[in-house]
Design a protein around this ligand. Structure first.
Ligand code: LLP
Length: 383
């Protein structure tokens, strides 16, 4: 895709820089979301001819303008809690398909979700063993664990014995037996192995495995191969090749044409569309290190602290000045882990400079916290 550069799609780089500086002059910290980038990403995924339905994993970013833009692009919505599902019901048109895929949820979550139009997924024997009457006569999606996980960090790999997700395949017969006993139909088969995956062969393998399980089940009409589509964050990482992914999926589909294919991406749609703006507060030299302090940190963006995630950081005020300083970029939170970026080569900064933390559109604001009672970052939408 020509107009989006390899790392941290830089819509903010020239065209929007003045607007961003003005937004930051009004207040920081602020998240800024660029809807044209969301739409661009959405259209790329819509070019997957093998895929019949796309649900946006709203956990990545729940801003109503983003939900509306994706609804307009024809996306459905995947929700993991009653809170997400209620919010989505209030913000998207009635025609948008909804998926409810919670994990270790209490009985009442399912009871309520079953009163909505959402398709509900199960990933354990327990709900049918203990609350079978709730599901009587229903069609459900079954999430299985294919025995392996993938993703940018061990904490986001959602398959294999170390992970709490999915029904182990060796319990499939027990599940089908219970489903039968309660008049429950397994209409969909689902797997999601993790997040931040840049290997474009992975989804084809999951698809083929699920399709062969579906043949055993008989009642399945759609297969959901999850989300997890990564975006490169480190210089040198290649973008996913969407055309190559489509070829892999089409091959599997040719062997199993009787199933609809669903996907549920989150990050891919919104990561590059969002940036976090913060201002420089203070500097400190300590031993060999130079610390550059910002007015927000792990309270607004916890990904570096939690996953060692790498977010590109630029000094927007001095975008074109030479990078002569080596900084540890830290926030104001009372934890040593409150680091947004280590060893960053940047221009010599001054108090009040506007710093831009890139690729913050996915799992940024939604994972922020009131820790230390610092003000929350506001969210601004750019059309
Ligand atoms: N489907 C299911 C069942 C999921 O659990 C997830 C993400 C997705 C879809 C969407 O995955 P995506 O396409 O966004 O990779 N907080 C972490 C990511 C956690 C992902 C949780 N599940 C991060 O900041 O990297």
């Amino acid at each position: 895709s020509g107009e989006v550069p390899d790392v941290a799609a830089a819509w903010w780089h020239e065209a929007e820089r003045d607007r961003l500086l003005q937004i930051a002059a009004e207040a920081t910290p602020r998240y800024v979301y660029h809807l044209p980038t969301v739409r661009h990403q959405a259209r790329e995924l819509k070019s997957l001819a093998a895929v019949d339905r796309l649900h946006y994993a709203v956990k990545a970013n729940t801003h109503p303008a983003i939900l509306a833009a994706l609804a307009e692009e024809g996306f459905g919505f995947e929700c993991v809690s009653p809170g997400e599902l209620k919010f989505v019901l209030a913000h998207v048109p009635e025609s948008a398909p909804l998926l409810f895929t919670p994990n270790f949820a209490p009985r009442e979550d399912y009871a309520w979700a079953l009163t909505t139009r959402a398709t509900v997924s199960l990933d354990a024997l327990y709900p049918l063993e203990h609350w079978g009457e709730l599901f009587r006569g229903r069609e459900i999606v079954l999430r299985v664990d294919l025995g392996r996980g993938l993703g940018h960090h061990e904490k986001v790999r959602t398959g294999g014995s170390g992970s709490k997700f999915g029904l182990p395949v060796d319990q499939l017969d027990d599940f089908l037996h219970l489903a039968d006993a309660h008049g429950v139909t397994v209409r969909g088969l689902h797997a999601h192995l993790g997040s931040g995956i840049l290997d474009d062969t992975h989804w084809g393998e999951v698809y083929a495995q699920l399709a062969s399980l579906a043949e055993r089940i008989g009642s399945v009409s759609f297969i959901d191969i999850g989300g997890g589509l990564g975006v490169p964050s480190h210089p040198g990482e290649a973008r996913l090749d969407i055309a190559a992914l489509d070829r892999v999926l089409r091959e599997v589909k040719a062997a199993y044409p009787h199933y609809q294919l669903w996907m549920e991406p989150g990050r891919y749609l919104v990561a590059d569309a969002g940036v976090l703006l913060a201002k420089v507060t203070q500097q400190k030299g300590k031993g060999a290190l130079r610390y550059l302090g910002l007015d927000t940190g792990m309270n607004s963006l916890i990904r570096p602290a939690l996953y060692d995630a790498w977010h590109e950081i630029v000094n927007l005020t001095r975008l074109h000045e030479p990078a002569t300083a080596l900084y540890q970029i830290v926030g104001p939170i009372c934890e040593s882990g409150d680091v947004l970026g280590s060893d960053r080569r940047l221009p010599e900064a001054a108090e009040g400079d506007v710093m831009l933390i890139a690729q913050a559109g996915a799992y940024g604001k939604v994972m922020s916290s009131p820790y230390n009672m610092r003000d929350e970052a506001e969210e601004i939408i750019l059309e």
